[in-house]
Write a protein that binds this ligand. Structure first.
Ligand SMILES: C[S@@+](CC[C@H](N)C(=O)[O-])C[C@H]1O[C@@H](n2cnc3c(N)ncnc32)[C@H](O)[C@@H]1O
Length: 919
């Protein structure tokens, strides 16, 4: 490059003629040149690349170079502040043989700019493309001087650029450092070496950019077809682009990447790229086919080393049998074994036994963006991601939530909502990533000690989508059964809901105040509802997630903005919270009654929650001495245990125990019918677990609320005030039309207190209810599960306990118990207690081969693609860091160490930070 300083005068080509131009400013590799005014035109300025042959010193260097003259500045040049050519380290990642490179001769300038001459005087795209072709025909190469690779191995050209000895030393030192680091890498990590080590000096001359408006024709004559068998980051190169790695001279050692478009334009950022792709309406390329990370090598050669001249006993070209767009090769260098048979599928199996994943696009929120969803503030789908991100500890939405240039730099536990088929955006949409499927070249390989694993064949930039984890979805019962049949090592839990709730748990947040009228309206809605479907449930939960500020959210059912929620949002700021209050009316344990009402803490006016809001509970002691269990709305984690007086809790428990005993006696003495009922209950651990849990936890914990039960509550034996009749909570969940006060209170975790009963009448009703309820699946025992969301949920707790110390399993139990949310889960709204499990044992994709590491290079991300049902996100993996080609890919299984009694798996991740045990 030409070393330029401000106010220097440099002979520069402009419009086909040489001018004395003044340097106005220098920024990085660019210089702003002022072409002084002439009688025929005014003064003009132009930013010029300092490595351009339009600068005379660089052009002159061509002759000097061939004559073997070095480029060290002469004392004269230094003394008189004259421009000189400095050494720059530039190489192209995509190197063409020199003969193929279109090289316009310097003399061509005159010709091209001859005013009387050819079409070249025009800068219209059409003529420009002709010009490109003309240039391409000039096969006599003119050496390039500005873009030599610093990694040049030999040749006279490279020596020309050795400007100082210290530079050389530095280079050597760095090389050694890299060498040492490489030695430390794993076996698999050494598979490939960047091709740049073998590169010849970059010689490709950048196409001269003639100012023009970019259009589709700028993509050039090359057919827009790409080879899926190669690194996707090489696609632009196949289509006539050039990626240049520029290194600034001096001690700064700063490298940056420039992309040259087929029409010669230089692009310096993702914004430039997306603008260009939009202008040229490129259908093949998207922003994720580019990387500006200078350390990412996009072309690799297999190293001719012993390490790399591996012999494979078994080699398959495509494990997916053509199901994936990119073939997934598979190799075994230890024996002739092939991976066990697998029905390969790229998407999770959405058909379940009891229910069905709703993938009807009509139930998806969609956007009408025409800008490839680059503006997050206007894209309804990206807004979903942003709004969901508010379900965190501070309750504030993260405006940067979601993809940026199709990369995901960090995990968002609150999920990513991608655009879908109903959206107006195109294939190039920035919010469509996981649904595009596999694009990287990955290889399944046999590891030394952990069965099969996956490695990448190309460098992966940080944040890039890698692959998904697909499999069959089982409910709790099925999962336990399948686990027994064929093991649980390919189980991954769909625990999105639990993780989001767990994240928020224990942190107080604002509570939405809800308009009373609105709540009435909602209550009516909910009363009209007699049955809920899975679809309704997921819509409910969806709106719950965003009920905080859902002004822009379109109700997928009505297709109109959720004004009601908007209203509630506004009110939030004014009032500060609306609570559903369970209030015991009397201090006496014997006579105390619980009423259910809604109250705003500020106004003390009882209110109704918004339709579909999430219910969470926390007890509260009212100033008048009344005890109250409050149900808050939104992801509200009120720490109930702190609020409720311990004495009250103890008394409450005692009472409850007494009640239980009495009931047990009654049951023993009861009729045979009653006995059979009791037996039924015994065989339904899931059903009884609520009560059992209640024993462990505070009795006022709320499990679930449904409108019918609460309506009943307001009109039956529970002592209510007039305004409390409005307390219908419109949850679109399993509605039990015949439920009673006792039922509602049982749902609220209070069913056995007796305060709500009116003697045997309630008891009888309860046994009737038991009959009506379907048997819940029996939970058969612990198994190994991988969490698919939380980052560090599980830690190794040490060696199995000694005689005095609790065992790992016990500790774990305690820990889990402690962590238990003090309110019901959104999952309860679906009438379910357990998360679904994805099993990739017999059906699935390559995600099943990802091994565990305590310091993983991938992170897992829940993404909503074909359904916004919170229970069924897609499980996707993204690069948590820059990953060098050849590295094994892994994620943190986050197994609960010690959760499977008697089962212990030592972790073999070989990482310095290894926790020791996998399970
Ligand atoms: C989902 S599979 C991973 C693919 C597996 N290696 C295969 O051959 O199919 C999970 C199983 O791989 C093994 N595994 C994965 N990572 C491991 C690690 N870091 N240490 C020990 N075993 C590991 C364990 O046997 C685990 O149950």
């Amino acid at each position: 490059m030409v070393n330029l300083k401000r106010d220097q005068v440099v002979t520069t080509e402009w419009n086909g003629k040489w001018w004395n131009a003044r340097v106005l400013e220098v920024q990085g590799s660019l210089a702003n040149m002022l072409f002084e005014a002439t009688p025929s035109r005014g003064a003009e300025t132009e930013w010029i690349y300092r490595g351009s042959t339009r600068l005379k010193p660089l052009l002159d260097l061509g002759d000097k170079k061939t004559a073997g003259i070095n480029t060290v500045p002469t004392p004269d040049q230094l003394r008189h502040n004259l421009p000189y050519v400095e050494m720059t380290k530039v190489h192209s990642d995509h190197i063409l043989p020199e003969q193929q490179i279109p090289q316009p001769k310097p003399t061509m300038l005159g010709r091209l700019n001859d005013p009387q001459g050819s079409a070249a005087t025009s800068s219209s795209p059409y003529h420009f493309s002709q010009l490109l072709q003309q240039c391409a025909q000039q096969t006599t190469p003119t050496p390039s001087f500005a873009k030599k690779s610093s990694a040049s191995v030999s040749g006279s050209t490279s020596s020309l650029y050795e400007s100082s000895r210290s530079e050389h030393k530095k280079k050597k030192k760095k090389k050694n450092k890299h060498k040492d680091r490489r030695k430390e890498r794993y076996e698999e990590d050494k598979l490939f070496e960047p091709e740049t080590k073998l590169d010849l000096p970059a010689t490709k001359e950048r196409l001269r950019y003639m100012p023009h408006e970019c259009r589709p024709i700028c993509l050039g004559p090359i057919p827009q077809v790409v080879d899926h068998n190669q690194n996707p980051l090489l696609w632009p190169m196949d289509l006539g682009w050039v990626r240049e790695l520029c290194k600034q001279g001096g001690s700064s050692y700063k490298r940056h990447v420039i992309y040259r478009t087929p029409c010669g334009k230089s692009l310096y950022s993702f914004d430039d790229i997306s603008r260009y792709l939009k202008e040229t309406r490129s259908e093949v390329l998207s922003v994720d086919r580019f990387t500006f990370a200078p350390h990412v090598h996009i072309s690799f050669n297999q190293r001719r080393t012993r390490q790399n001249s591996r012999f494979y006993y078994m080699q398959l070209t495509d494990l997916s049998n053509g199901v994936e767009k990119v073939p997934v090769s598979c190799v075994n260098e230890y024996d002739t074994d092939e991976p066990p048979p697998l029905i390969y599928m790229t998407e999770r199996q959405a058909v379940l036994r009891g229910t069905k994943v709703n993938t009807d696009p009509n139930f998806l929120i969609c956007c009408d963006c025409t800008d490839n969803c680059s503006d997050a503030t206007r894209c309804a789908c990206r807004q979903l991601t942003i709004k969901a991100s508010a379900c965190n500890r501070d309750g504030k939405p993260r405006l940067d939530a979601g993809y940026k240039n199709r990369l995901l730099k960090d995990q968002f536990q609150t999920g990513i909502y991608e655009c879908n088929d109903k959206c107006k955006c195109s294939k190039q949409c920035q919010n469509k990533v996981v649904q595009n499927g596999l694009s990287l070249r990955l290889q399944v390989f046999k590891t030394y000690d952990r069965g099969w694993g996956i490695r990448c064949l190309d460098d992966i930039p940080k944040g890039m989508f890698v692959c998904t984890y697909a499999g069959q979805i089982w409910d709790e019962e099925e999962a336990n059964q399948k686990g027994k049949e064929h093991g649980d090592e390919y189980f991954a839990e769909l625990d999105f809901i639990e993780n989001v709730e767990g994240k928020k748990e224990g942190y107080e947040s604002d509570v939405d105040p809800i308009d009373k009228d609105l709540s009435d309206k909602d209550s009516d809605d909910s009363n009209n509802k007699t049955q809920s479907s899975s679809d309704d449930d997921f819509q409910t939960a969806q709106s719950e997630l965003s009920s905080d500020d859902s002004a822009d959210i379109i109700n997928p059912i009505t297709d109109r903005p959720r004004d009601d929620l908007k209203e509630s949002t506004n009110q939030k700021d004014q009032a500060g919270g609306t609570r559903l209050v369970l209030r015991r009316q009397s201090e006496s344990t014997e006579q105390s009654q619980w009423s259910v009402s809604l109250a705003s803490p500020n106004s003390k006016k009882e209110m109704t929650p918004p339709r579909g809001s999430l219910v969470m509970g926390s007890p509260e002691v009212k100033p008048n001495g009344q005890k109250a269990a409050t149900i808050k709305y939104g992801y509200d984690p009120s720490p109930s245990k702190e609020i409720l007086d311990q004495k009250q809790v103890a008394a409450f428990r005692q009472r409850r125990e007494a009640e239980k005993e009495a009931r047990a006696k009654q049951a023993a003495a009861g009729s045979s019918e009653a006995k059979s009922e009791d037996k039924k209950t015994e065989t339904k651990p899931a059903q009884s677990s609520g009560a059992d849990q209640g024993d462990n936890d505070y009795d006022v914990e709320i499990v679930a609320v449904n409108s019918a039960s609460l309506s009943a509550a307001s009109s039956s034996s529970v002592k209510t005030e007039e305004d409390e009749k409005k307390l219908v909570v419109p949850m679109e969940t399993d509605v039990k039309p015949d439920s009673s006060v006792s039922d509602s209170l049982r749902d609220l975790g209070l069913e056995e207190t007796g305060e709500t009963k009116e003697g045997n009448k309630t008891e009888d009703f309860k046994s009737e209810e038991k009959e009506k309820k379907p048997a819940k699946p029996k939970v058969t025992g612990p198994r190994a599960r991988k969490s698919t969301n939380s980052r560090m949920r599980q830690r190794y707790l040490g060696n199995p306990g000694t005689s005095s110390e609790p065992t790992i399993a016990e500790k774990k139990e305690e820990e889990i118990e402690e962590k238990k949310p003090s309110h019901p889960s959104t999952r309860n709204l679906f009438g379910e207690e357990h998360c679904y499990v994805m099993d990739a044992k017999h059906m699935g994709n390559l995600g099943r081969y990802l091994n565990h590491s305590c310091r993983p290079n991938l992170f897992v991300q829940n993404v909503f693609v074909d359904s916004h049902d919170l229970r069924f996100p897609w499980v996707a993996f993204f690069a948590a860091q820059f990953i060098r080609a050849g590295s094994e890919l892994n994620w943190d299984y986050m197994y609960e160490v010690g959760c499977v009694p008697g089962k212990e798996i030592k972790c073999l991740c070989k990482n310095a930070e290894c926790r020791g045990r996998l399970l």
